[in-house]
Design a protein around this ligand. Structure first.
Ligand code: FE
Length: 201
């Protein structure tokens, strides 16, 4: 019997220097090179020889979310998925006001770009401890939600459009404890609205 294919870490959609000065190459080296890699390595170790081996990452997340005995597998699988989504949520020269379909939807569902920023930033600042903040589609409408630790909208039938990682490892080397400054940089200079538009297209 052939060995089931291991989960591999997807390549970054840009090089590690490209988000600088908003996110430094050093942060990417640790965050992608160490943290994201470690989640992939841990996950492969945990699922080896189980009936989860060979499944898509999304399916591993959905199959383990409700089982307290599989919390370690869920945490690592969700973190693998969340980080890949986070890398795509940013691009060099991104941020600012969106165009296209997402722009109209933000006006319609969230009361405009300024209201979006206010809600997104407040959610990210008030997330206690480690977690993620998301722009999602829930029941057909845009919404902003936060999740703790590894938790992810894809485990709860909610479609994510954009995420920001608010674990300290995402910003500590560049901003120390100034989460708000990291969020301002993310919003003004990094959000990949084309990626968001490609999901809702
Ligand atoms: Fe992270």
């Amino acid at each position: 019997m052939s060995e089931k294919e291991a989960i591999t870490i997807p390549e970054l959609p840009y090089s590690k220097e490209d988000l600088s000065p908003h996110i430094s190459a050093k942060t990417i080296e640790f965050h992608y090179g160490k943290h994201h890699h470690a989640y992939v390595a841990n996950l492969n170790k945990l699922i080896k020889g189980t009936d989860l081996a060979g499944l898509k990452i999304e399916d591993i997340v959905r199959r383990t979310v409700k089982d307290p005995k599989q919390v370690a597998i869920f945490n690592n699988a969700a973190q693998v998925w969340n980080h890949t989504f986070y890398w795509h949520s940013m691009k060099p020269g991104g941020g600012g006001t969106p165009t296209g379909a997402i722009s109209e939807k933000i006006n319609l569902d969230l009361g405009g770009y300024d209201a979006f920023i206010e809600k997104f930033k407040t959610a990210a600042i008030t997330q206690f401890g480690s977690g993620w903040v998301w722009l999602v589609i829930k029941d057909g409408k845009l919404d902003i939600l936060k999740t703790s630790n590894a938790d992810t909208p894809i485990a709860h039938e909610v479609e994510p459009l954009l995420t920001v990682d608010v674990w300290e490892h995402a910003y500590y080397l560049d901003y120390q404890n100034r989460r708000g400054d990291y969020l301002d940089a993310f919003i003004k200079n990094l959000i990949n609205w084309e990626f968001v538009n490609s999901i809702i297209a």
